[in-house]
Design a protein around this ligand. Structure first.
Ligand code: HGY
Ligand code: MN
Ligand code: MN
Length: 419
C-alpha cells in the first residue's frame, strides 16, 4: 500500500514537548501561572537554547552547519541532491519578557515536520532545511533580524561582528565566540534556498478576534528604529530654578507623547513605540545630564512611514533646541515594507483550505526573518492565533489545536515545495 503523503500529519504531543523543553531554558514564571522565557541573543541562556536545538537536529540525523554570524542550518537530505533545498525556520533568541512560542514555534515546527517525514520514510526530491537565525529580536545588538540580514547579504559579516551590545558594550563577534557559535560557513550564504516558508504566531489580535485558524501572510510592514540621545545639564533638583534648567528628560517625554500623536494623526496601520529609556545619572535628586531612548515606528505604507519618521525627527530637534539641549540621532534599523511571493501566499491559503482550516490573508505587524529571505527566494509565512493578541509578554500563548494546524500546514506546504 503506497503512502499518500498528503495524508501525513505532525505529532502534537511531540511538538508541545519540544516547545516546553526549550521554553524551560531561561524560563520566566509569572504570578498567575503564565510562563515564558528570556534568552537574549548571545547570552549564556541563548547558548543553552542553541545547544538543545542543535542536539535535537543531530539526533534526527540532520547535517547541521553554523555560519560566521551563528546562523544554524540543519539539512534533511532529499532524493535529488542536484536540486536546491526548501528552507523553513525562524529564531530561538527572545526578548526579556519573551513567550515560549515567538520564533521557537517556527524552528520546532520545522523539526517536527522533519521527524514526521523521517518516521514515515518519506524522502522528498528537494532537501528540507530547518534554520534558526541569530539575534532576530535585536534586543542587545541592532538591527533586529540581524542574522538573516547577514545570511542574505544585506549586512556585511565584518560589520555585524563589530556591533556593540547596548547593555554591556560587548562586541557581537566576541560574544559569538564566547558561546561557541562562531561558525565557518560563509556569509552571505554560498547558495540560497529554492523557497522559504516560516511558521510563526501572529503576535496580534486579528486571527483570534475573527475566529480564524491560519493567517496566509502577505508581507511585513516597514520598520524604522532610531536611537536619540538628548544631552542637557545635570543640576541639583532642589536648588536649580526652573528657568535655569536644561532637562533632557522633559525633551524625551515630549518626544514620546508626540510619537503617539503622530501615529494617531496618521491612523491606518501606523504604530509608534518608545520602548527603551536610559537616564544618566538616574537619581531622584539630580536633573538628568543625559537621556538615551529609542523610537520604533512601523507602517505597511512606506510613504506614510517616511512621513512619520521625518515628523518625529523634526519635532525632536525643535524640542531639544527649545530646552537648550544637544541631540544626536542614530538609525538602528531601516526596513522598507516587504511583499511576499504571490504564488507562495496562494500555496499557504490553498493548503490551509485543503486541510480544512479557516484561513485569511493578512500583513505582519511584527518583523520576521522571512522578510530577509524574501530578498533571495520566493517566501511566505503561516500565522496561528495568539491568545489575547499578546506577545513579547510571558503570557504569550496559542491553543494546542492551533499549534497543530499551523504545523500541519507547514508540513504539507513544505512537501509540496520539496516534491
Ligand atoms: O521587532 C519585531 O517585530 C520582531 O519581534 N523582531
Ligand atoms: Mn519572532
Ligand atoms: Mn519577537
Amino acid at each position: 500500500m503506497t503512502l499518500d503523503v498528503t495524508d501525513l500529519r505532525i505529532s502534537l504531543p511531540r511538538l508541545i514537548e519540544r516547545i516546553e523543553a526549550l521554553g524551560n531554558v531561561g524560563r520566566v514564571d509569572g504570578p498567575k501561572g503564565e510562563w515564558g522565557c528570556a534568552r537574549l541573543a548571545l547570552t549564556d541562556a541563548d547558548r543553552d537554547g542553541r545547544d538543545l536545538v542543535t542536539t535535537w537536529m543531530a539526533d534526527l540525523g540532520l547535517e547541521v552547519t553554523i555560519d560566521g554570524v551563528g546562523n544554524a542550518v540543519a539539512t534533511y537530505a532529499g532524493s535529488d541532491p542536484s536540486m536546491a533545498p526548501v528552507m523553513t525556520g525562524s529564531h530561538i533568541d527572545t526578548v526579556r519578557t519573551g513567550g515560549r512560542f515567538d520564533g521557537n514555534l517556527g524552528v520546532l515546527g520545522g523539526l517536527e515536520v522533519v521527524e514526521t517525514l523521517a518516521r514515515a520514510g518519506v524522502r522528498p526530491r528537494r532537501a528540507i532545511q530547518v534554520a534558526f537565525f541569530t539575534d532576530e529580536e535585536g534586543s542587545r545588538f541592532h538591527p533586529d533580524m540581524l542574522g538573516s540580514l547577514v545570511y542574505v547579504g544585506g549586512l556585511a559579516l565584518e560589520e555585524a561582528l563589530d556591533m556593540r551590545a547596548h547593555d554591556n558594550d560587548a562586541r557581537l563577534g566576541d560574544e559569538l565566540a564566547r558561546i561557541g557559535y562562531a561558525g565557518s560557513m560563509p556569509c552571505p550564504a554560498a547558495t540560497f534556498p529554492h523557497a522559504y516558508i516560516e511558521l510563526h504566531i501572529e503576535q496580534g489580535p486579528v486571527l483570534e478576534a475573527e475566529g480564524i485558524t491560519i493567517g496566509a501572510v502577505t508581507g511585513v510592514q516597514g520598520i524604522y528604529w532610531n536611537e536619540f540621545t538628548i544631552t542637557g545639564q545635570s543640576a541639583h533638583a532642589g536648588t536649580t530654578p526652573m528657568r535655569m534648567r536644561k532637562d533632557p528628560m522633559v525633551v524625551a517625554a515630549q518626544i514620546t507623547t508626540e510619537a503617539r500623536a503622530i501615529a494617531t494623526r496618521l491612523g491606518g496601520a501606523q504604530v509608534a513605540t518608545v520602548g527603551r529609556l536610559d537616564v544618566f545619572p538616574d537619581l531622584t535628586n539630580v536633573v538628568p545630564a543625559r537621556v538615551t531612548f529609542t523610537t520604533d515606528m512601523r507602517n505597511t505604507d512606506g510613504l506614510k512611514l517616511d512621513e512619520a519618521d521625518q515628523a518625529i525627527k523634526a519635532f525632536a530637534a525643535r524640542m531639544a533646541a527649545d530646552e537648550g539641549c544637544e541631540m544626536t540621532m542614530t538609525p538602528l534599523a531601516h526596513f522598507e515594507p516587504v511583499e511576499f511571493n504571490p504564488l507562495m501566499i496562494d500555496l499557504v491559503e490553498a493548503t490551509s483550505k485543503r486541510l480544512g482550516y479557516s484561513v485569511r490573508r493578512m500583513p505582519s505587524g511584527a518583523g520576521h526573518d522571512a522578510q530577509m529571505l524574501a530578498r533571495v527566494c520566493p517566501t511566505a509565512m503561516i500565522f496561528v492565533p495568539s491568545i489575547n493578541g499578546l506577545s513579547h509578554n510571558i503570557a504569550e500563548d496559542t491553543a494546542p489545536s492551533d499549534l497543530e494546524a499551523g504545523a500541519n500546514v507547514l508540513l504539507q506546504t513544505l512537501l509540496h515545495l520539496a516534491s
